[in-house]
Design a protein around this ligand. Structure first.
Ligand code: CA2
Length: 150
């Protein structure tokens, strides 16, 4: 039987985010995913939270990670990458998660190509942090912490 942790937060990173720091620094910055993880972990520790991280380029693996968080993690921060815009299986998995969910983007998809303006994750998230680059990782963890402390 799994044990619910009221202080563990899952950070989920979708496809291609493992390439951060290698290409497109003008859009996504020069920091690597490990750098963002370090920032998010520091923010989590400061709020008495433990951060877990899963990155995958595969939709089903992200769905599995969300299922694994059920009854075990208190909240989720998710940057679904391009899955944001069409992956209904991720929407459905998140809808079956009980705690607060914060959607996170480095860039501001609303200010980019029209196909990025739709998010299938937004309807199951408490809110979205987008366009603040690396600072968004700290802000998203803060947002989950605030929701948990309510
Ligand atoms: O702004 C974000 O965080 C995004 O979720 C990033 C996704 C994009 O499809 C979303 O619309 C917005 C793409 C991540 C791709 O990251 C790369 C990093 C380095 C090189 C190529 C892609």
């Amino acid at each position: 039987m799994s044990t619910m942790s009221d202080r563990t937060v899952l950070l989920l990173s979708g496809p291609n985010l493992n390439l951060l720091g290698e290409r497109e620094p003008d859009i996504y910055g020069s920091a690597t995913l490990d750098d963002h993880l370090a920032g998010a972990t520091a923010a989590a520790t400061a709020r008495g939270l433990t951060l877990e991280h899963v990155q995958s380029n595969h939709e089903g693996e992200l769905v599995d990670a969300i299922h694994d968080a059920r009854g075990r993690c208190a909240g989720i921060v998710v940057n679904p990458g391009a899955f944001t815009h069409y992956a209904w299986a991720i929407h459905d998995a998140l809808a079956a998660f009980d705690g607060p969910i914060v959607e996170l983007h480095l860039s501001n998809p609303a200010a980019r190509e029209p196909w990025r303006h739709t998010s299938v994750v937004a309807p199951v998230a408490a809110g979205t942090i987008a366009g603040f680059g690396a600072a968004g990782y700290r802000m998203a963890v803060e947002a989950v912490a605030d929701l948990l402390d309510r």
